[in-house]
Write a protein that binds this ligand. Structure first.
Ligand SMILES: [Zn+2]
Length: 314
């Protein structure tokens, strides 16, 4: 490549970077644009870290929340915008400075605020979500009296029912619905050629499950569907990713075991004739009591499973 061609290319990349983001005012300490693209494995920003998992696949993490970042030569697909405009803009800044590709598509899995408030920073991007995600996000925003303007900015432009396949830069990116799980409208993203699947809140790594709006029995079936995809790497929506990302397989098995243990304990109580409240009083899982989320979610997990196993949950 000649020097002049390189110069034009760098100029173009600069334009793309400038175009694809609205720099937040608090970017002191953000990575410099001069970093060689793709070389930095981890980039610090004021609110999160963008880390490469394998070439072309990154995760942007703030405390316990993970957002997936899939890179192609024709732009980036993001899974989950996280919890605020500021966090989402910091993520886009990190993507612009490290990856140097514009974000083309935002896929949203969970309608919960912690994963959908950041949608407002993606006004220039096609937003995709499951049809139940759209319904439940709209319901949540209506209940919370969110302004019409913000509602419009957070809702998806496109919904789907079973699956959607994106072809971007020669990469096949499958957006899949594997049934009810953490909510009734979760999406996962599978990239077959790289054997990696992004699970959003279907997968809490090294944490107890959060199941306020979840369906434990369906969740187990959904994870079986995930297992059948043939992926090697399973990116959690919460919790750390091991240095060797293939170890996420064992992490996912451990998480699935929590669901199994929750289901079985509740099923046993029902078999003994316990009421829902009696089941709540009786059931503890000492093996999980030190896990993040256990104290907050133990009772909810019992109730949701009790209601589902006894047919009270539609
Ligand atoms: Zn959630």
């Amino acid at each position: 490549m000649s020097k002049s061609t390189l110069g034009v290319l760098l100029l173009l990349l600069g334009c793309v970077s400038a175009f694809s983001q609205q720099p937040p005012p608090d970017l002191a300490g953000a990575p410099q644009r001069g970093d060689p693209a793709g070389q930095a494995a981890a980039e610090r920003t004021p609110t999160g870290t963008l880390r490469q998992i394998i070439p072309g696949h990154y995760v942007y993490s703030t405390t316990t929340f993970n957002s997936g970042v899939i890179v192609t030569s024709e732009g980036v697909v993001v899974l989950d915008a996280l919890n605020s405009d500021a966090v989402a803009r910091a993520q886009r800044e990190a993507i612009a400075s490290t990856i140097r590709q514009p974000v083309r598509i935002l896929v949203s899995s969970t309608f919960h605020n912690q994963y959908s408030r950041g949608n407002v920073a993606y006004a220039d991007v096609l937003k995709i979500g499951h049809e139940n995600y759209r319904t439940d996000l709209l319901g949540l925003m209506t209940r919370e009296n969110v302004s019409a303007e913000e509602q419009q900015a957070r809702l998806p432009n496109q919904t789907f029912r079973d699956r959607m396949t994106l072809h971007l830069g020669g990469k096949e990116i499958q957006v899949l619905y594997v049934g009810r799980a953490h909510t009734r409208g979760d999406s996962i993203i599978f990239v077959p050629q790289d054997r990696i699947v992004y699970l959003s809140e279907l997968f809490f790594a090294n944490q107890f499950l959060f199941i306020n709006d979840g369906y434990g029995l369906d969740w187990l079936r959904a994870l079986d569907g995930v297992e059948a995809l043939g992926a090697d790497i399973f990116v959690p929506g919460h919790g750390p990713i091991p240095a060797d990302p293939r170890e996420t397989r064992q992490e996912l098995r451990r998480f699935r075991q929590i669901l199994v243990d929750v289901r079985d304990a509740v099923r046993n109580e029902i078999a003994r004739g316990a009421t829902e409240d009696q089941a709540v009083a009786a059931i503890q899982w000492p093996q999980y009591e030190k896990m993040q989320g256990y104290n907050a979610q133990r009772e909810t997990a019992v109730r949701r499973l009790y209601q589902q196993l006894t047919g009270k949950l539609p």
